[in-house]
Structure formats: C-alpha cells, structure tokens
Design a protein around this ligand. Structure first.
Ligand code: GTP
Ligand code: MG
Length: 310
C-alpha cells in the first residue's frame, strides 16, 4: 500500500490511477483523504472552475460532453465532476452519462468522475470541493461540475466555481419570474439549451428583460445552445473564456476568492460542529431524553438544544 504522500507525489506527476485513488479517499472523507487535500491545496488554484446547474433533464450532461469536445479541440485538458442526486434511477443516470461521454472517457486529457449526493441536504456532495481541488492540482485546465439545481445547491455550486452557468430549457415550466432572484444572484452565464425546441426565443427574451433590469455593470450574457446537435457550443466556450478573463481582474478575483474561502471554512466548521453533537454516541441517550421532554412540552426546544450542546 503506497502512503498518502506517495500517492500525492504520483498524482502530481500525472498518474491517473493515483488521482482516482485519492478521489476515493476524499470522497469517503477519511483522515487520509484530508491529509491528501492538505498536501494538494497549495498546488491547486490554477484551473478554471465551472459550475453547470439546471433542472433535471435540461440537457446538462449532453451539453457538458459538447463543451468538453470543444475544449479538447482548443487543446486544453478537462476534469468533469457529475453529481447525481441519490435516487433509484441514479445508477441508470450514471450509466447514461458514461455512454453519452464514452468517446471522452477514452481521452487521457479528460477525467470524468461521477458522484452520488447520498442524502446530503444541500444536494451537492460535501466532498465536491475536495474533488475539484484534486483535479485542479492534477493540472486540468478546466474543471466542470455538473449538478441538478435545487435551491441551496445552486448557491453551493456558485460558491465553488469561478464561472457559474445556469441552464434553462424552453417549455419546461421553469418559471422564469419565480426564479429570477435566485438565478441573477448566481448566474455568470445564462444558457437557453435545447434551442431546437419551440419557444426558445420567448425564453431568451424573458431572460433578457430580467438581465436588463438587474443592477450592476456586467450584463449576464445569454447564450443559445443545443448540446445534442452541437449548436452554439463554440460561442458558449468563448463566453466561458471571456468570463474567466473578467474575473482575473485583480479586484474581482480578490473579492470572489475571499468570499469563497470564507464560505468553505464556515461550511466545514459548521459540519464538524454538527457531527460532534449528532454522531457522538454519548449524546444519543441524552438526545432521546430531551426529545421526549420537548415532545411532551415539558421543555422548550431552545433550552433542549443548549443542553444538548453543553
Ligand atoms: N431537443 C433536444 N433534446 C436534448 C438536447 N440535449 C439533450 N436532450 C435530451 O434531453 C434529455 C436529458 O439529457 P441529459 O443530457 O441527460 O440532461 P441532464 O440535465 O444531464 O439530466 P440529469 O442529469 O438527469 O438532470 C435526453 O433525452 C436528451 O436526449 C438538445 O439539445 N435538444
Ligand atoms: Mg446529467
């Protein structure tokens, strides 16, 4: 068994097997995985990280495949992290993604990792940021995370990525008005995908009116794509590169990086505190006792929470 240090050295030398093994350690959140991350973090920070989010079935995986082919055509390497919500179908979805991206998975310059969310409330697997760090340190030029957008998840992906792409489709019942606050907060690029379908123009116009009304000096670009027929992909990859250049401006980058670092540290600290309270066996009996008292209205939930933590 190679040590973590040996595995990290191999990863940094470009060994894909070592990368795969380290990703497994990170994913299962073992002490070795944390050690690997501590060693890899100083080597990361060079990749362009892209978050691609949208409703289920909006064509994200097909689009990701098309983007990857275009990025390879431009001579760059890519890491793809596909997050699948845990569901009875997720094995099938992963298999479907593999088939959609089969030509890519045989390309040594593309590394595809699929992950299940395993009932994490936010949806985005907690290990995702670590997986991105490892792919970044491995030397991938672009690391793209595909995730089904569901409220909090979209914010999570935006906090992790340099560039967040929100994918919408015409006639999907995506209620543009209802979503606009959330979308405008996180989207660096808006994509009307499946633009071969009717009503793509209508959706693009609705989005344009929202973008025009939004404050700020940068107008969020709206792109039209059809991943399945490779339409609009070059323009989308151009827009990704433009956004990368925009955020590389010193002041924008500083603000973004600090916000991201703060978010990551707080999210992990919060998780550690929760784990300490909830997964400690000594508290199990106490929790059961407090639950009884709260359920019987003998104790209020605030006092019970204080007692649990104390
Ligand atoms: N008309 C049309 N259909 C498309 C296009 N791209 C993908 N689809 C279809 O949309 C369906 C979903 O495609 P996926 O790429 O799996 O979508 P997804 O967003 O990754 O799906 P989940 O990961 O399950 O949320 C498939 O049946 C595709 O064939 C497109 O450009 N036009
Ligand atoms: Mg998908």
């Amino acid at each position: 068994m190679p040590t973590v240090e040996e595995l990290v050295a191999r990863l940094l030398a470009g060994n894909r097997r070592a990368l795969g093994r380290i990703l497994t350690l990170i994913e299962s959140d073992t002490p070795e995985g944390r050690r690997a991350l501590a060693l890899l973090y100083p080597k990361a920070g060079r990749a362009h990280t892209v978050g691609l989010t949208g409703s289920a079935g909006s064509g994200k995986s097909t689009l990701t495949g098309a983007i990857a082919r275009e990025i390879r055509r431009r001579g760059k390497s890519m890491g793809i992290v596909a997050i699948d919500p845990t569901s009875p179908f997720s094995q099938g979805a992963l298999l479907g993604d593999r088939i959609r991206m089969q030509d890519l998975t045989s390309d040594p310059q593309v590394f595809l990792r699929s992950m299940a969310t395993r009932g994490n409330l936010g949806g985005l697997a907690p290990a995702t940021a670590g997986i991105v760090t490892a792919l970044d340190a491995f030397g991938k030029d672009i690391v793209l995370v595909e995730t089904v957008g569901a409220g909090q998840d979209e914010v999570e992906v935006a906090m992790m990525a340099d560039t967040t792409v929100v994918v919408l489709t015409p006639g999907s019942g995506d209620d543009v008005q209802a979503m606009k606050a959330g979308i405008m907060e996180i989207a660096d690029l808006l994509v009307v995908n499946k633009c071969d379908l009717p009503n793509a123009d209508l959706l693009a116009r609705q989005l344009a009116s929202i973008v025009d009304a939004a404050p700020g000096d940068r107008k969020t670009p709206i792109l039209r794509t059809a991943g399945a027929i490779n339409e609009g992909i070059e323009a989308l990859v151009d827009a990704l590169e433009e956004h990368r250049e925009y955020i590389t401006q010193a002041d924008v980058q500083e603000v973004h990086r600090r916000a991201r670092a703060r978010h990551q540290v707080l999210a992990l600290a919060r998780q550690r505190l929760i784990d300490r309270v909830v997964s400690d066996h000594a508290t199990d009996a106490k929790l059961a006792e407090l639950v009884e008292q709260v359920a019987a209205h003998q104790l209020d939930p605030h006092t019970a929470a204080d007692m649990l933590i104390a």
